[in-house]
Design a protein around this ligand. Structure first.
Ligand code: KIV
Length: 266
């Protein structure tokens, strides 16, 4: 089965077809997501919150990200796999940024990386692209900036912030990013950025006018309920279903109904 490539992303934008992206962090979920037909799987640093149980994304390490990316890459036959650069894996220097981005490709088996930040990361994006590493940018609410932003807040509300986000998007495209995530910004601003750029925009909390959408798989399936952002739509409630199944198992073991002859050897 041919893999989705960065050329397919651009073609979809040109042809007005929506791009679909979801996160996954391990083999079984990546297999489900890939077989269902998404275009790209993001091994997001959101793994820190929805899998590791940490309250923000900051502590997850490069080694942990590579570990999860490997599992996802083994499962993804069609979807492009994108590794998310964790906090402090790219901030210190261009050299360190390129080396860590390269690890996602070489050790993780990913086809691209994602990096948070605006114009300030453009030099790093350009250096990665020069090293043949496709880069997805990420602006708006960037969760690694939570302490500077003072929480998970909608970005781009003032005229100055809007102008800055439009400028960041242009600079990142110029630096060679093949696509850009827009997180938690007003939908009219997302539309303006989408119309201005030639590369596709992927929205999360950025309204319907982006070229594609991304969600965290645990949010979509109802597996994470510590908090549910406004932009999340739950398509299932797997936590409830899993709890019911486990309660039934406990009840049947206690009553002696499981295992019965069908699950036993003669
Ligand atoms: O880490 C992540 O899951 C992300 C998406 C929310 C875009 O960055």
């Amino acid at each position: 089965m041919p893999k989705v490539t960065i050329n397919d992303f651009l073609k979809k934008k040109t042809e007005g077809q929506k791009i679909t992206m979801l996160t996954a962090y391990d083999f079984p979920f990546a297999k489900i997501v890939d077989e269902a037909g998404v275009d790209a799987i993001l091994v997001g640093d959101s793994v820190a919150m929805v899998v590791q149980g940490i309250e923000n994304t900051l502590p997850v390490t490069m080694d942990e990200m590579i570990y999860h990316t490997r599992m996802v890459s083994r499962a993804a036959e069609r979807a492009m796999v994108i590794g998310d650069m964790p906090f402090m894996s790219y901030q210190v220097s261009v050299e360190e940024a390129v080396r860590n981005a390269g690890r996602f490709i070489k050790e993780g088996g990913a086809q691209a990386i994602k990096i948070e930040g605006g114009s300030e990361v453009a030099e790093k994006v350009a250096a990665m692209v020069r090293s043949d590493i496709p880069v997805m940018a990420h602006i708006g609410l960037t969760p690694q900036s939570i302490h500077r932003m003072g929480g998970y807040k909608v970005q781009g509300r003032t005229e100055e912030a809007k102008r800055q986000l439009l400028e960041d998007a242009r600079v990142l495209q110029e630096a060679g990013a093949f696509s850009i995530v827009l997180e938690a910004i007003p939908m009219d601003l997302a539309r303006e950025i989408t119309q201005t750029l030639t590369i596709p925009t992927i929205g999360i909390g950025a309204g319907p006018y982006c070229d594609g959408q991304v969600l965290v798989i645990h949010d979509l399936l109802g597996l994470f309920d510590r908090f549910v952002p406004k932009f999340v739509k739950r398509y299932a409630n797997l936590k409830e279903q899993a709890t019911d199944a486990i309660k039934k198992y406990i009840e049947e073991v206690k009553k002696g109904d499981f295992p019965d002859e069908e699950q036993s050897f003669k």
